[in-house]
Design a protein around this ligand. Structure first.
Ligand code: HEM
Length: 128
């Protein structure tokens, strides 16, 4: 909602696509997905711009580890800084800008699956 209020031009484009592809007499379904590239890009941008769980949930390492010179004892609580990754200016130039177009065209932004966490405990709802 905030993204749409702050970016009325994005809202206008998304509404135009939904009206054109789906119309106003039925709900969208998975069969529409390929025909809704702007909506697809918009959802990706929402998950990148403001990840719902910016730090995911706590994980714990079974064995000790060293990461970039830092010793992490076994049994530590480990949080992934998801929002830092989603705001990486090398991957997503001008990262605070809400711009679905970065996911479209011949040279789209690199995928950002991090919003759903990592590894075996990754969010099983991501497909929904
Ligand atoms: C945009 C929507 C969603 C986002 C951004 C999201 C994000 C996340 C994140 C970051 C985690 C933690 C993963 C980790 O430990 O690394 C998680 C876990 C989980 N999510 Fe989601 N989620 C979403 C929707 C859903 C939906 C729709 C469902 C169920 C229908 C769901 C069910 C779960 C469950 C059960 C876990 C715990 C998995 C485990 O600990 O083994 N999520 N989600």
């Amino acid at each position: 909602l905030v993204a749409m209020l702050l970016n009325p031009e994005v809202l206008r484009k998304a509404q135009e696509e939904i009206d054109r592809v789906v119309g106003r007499t039925r709900q969208p379904d998975f069969g529409d997905m390929e025909s809704l590239p702007y909506m697809d890009a918009l959802c990706k941008e929402i998950l990148r711009w403001r990840p719902i769980g910016p730090l995911g949930v706590a994980h714990s390492n079974i064995v000790e580890d060293v990461y970039e010179g830092m010793y992490i004892p076994a049994g530590s609580k480990v949080y992934a800084n998801i929002e830092l990754m989603s705001k990486d200016p090398m991957a997503y130039p001008n990262p605070e800008e809400f711009r679905p177009e970065r996911w479209l065209g011949p040279d789209p932004a690199p995928a950002f699956p991090g919003a759903f966490g990592f590894g075996r405990r990754q969010c099983p709802g991501k497909h929904i």
